[in-house]
Design a protein around this ligand. Sequence first.
Ligand code: ADP
Ligand code: MG
Length: 288
Amino acid sequence: AIPLVVAISTAISAQKGLLIRNRTAFEESRKITAMVFDKTGTLTEGEFGVTRMSVLQPGLDKTALLSTAAALEQQSQHPIAQGIVREANKRGLHLPEVSDFQSITGKGVSATVDGATVRIVSPRYLQEKGIQLPQDAYGSEAETVVFVLINEQLAGYVALADRIREDSREAARRLQQAGIKVYMATGDNQKVADAVAKKLGLDGVYAEVLPDQKVNIVKDLQRQGQFVAMTGDGVNDAPALAQANVGIAVGSSTDVAAETADIILVNSKPTDITNLVEFGRATYRKMI
Ligand code: ADP
Ligand code: MG
């Protein structure tokens, strides 16, 4: 008989687009009953484009709003930040100097510009500070909206959009066919989360999740008796990847996520996970 480990590694090498960092991960992957996907950069491309801007403070215009926002976001690695900086560069804007840059974990960024405190934050942050969301912030499209505060006053907002990865729908559908519940967890707003979940036909969605809460989502599912896989790309996904029974990082991940994961999706294609699960189940059926 062929030793089990040889059989498994042959099976694994037959797989494309997967880097298996933990030898038991292949065997474990066939037991998955629940899959939690991060949204940005995992189910979506993670490339935000600016779709709208609105100025809410007298004496400010869209150019000033964008150049101030981009000056802060130059210091951040977040996909939202990269989208804002790209837009400012496209328009050839001159960016003001910033100092005292800080990121507000899971909620945004803050810095000093021309002696004023500028923050770019999530809708959740506004709610926490008791600041009313502008009526028109959310249009008919599901957009990611970030708000610019100058000295704690709402000065405007920037709306951005990202694209769902081409094979995310197929990946979710085939996992569900294999009897796996498919969930999404995101720090983004509920409206965007619901729109993506609906397009992909997911079983459940967790929105406006703080970075340290993703791990609790995994723990809760485990407490319910689920064998949980988590797929993500960000630093904020790393604790959940570690907690999950199978941790999967997309190829474009930050180093921290990649180092924590059991499996890496080299081509960042969600269907490569589906292949792994289907293949793993078929392989073990044959061996038993
Ligand atoms: P996700 O990876 O799901 O986007 P994060 O925890 O990174 O979750 O971010 C949650 C929310 O915090 C974002 O949707 C955004 O509203 C806000 N945020 C985070 N980083 C930034 C940033 N650099 N600029 C503006 N907003 C940010
Ligand atoms: Mg992400």
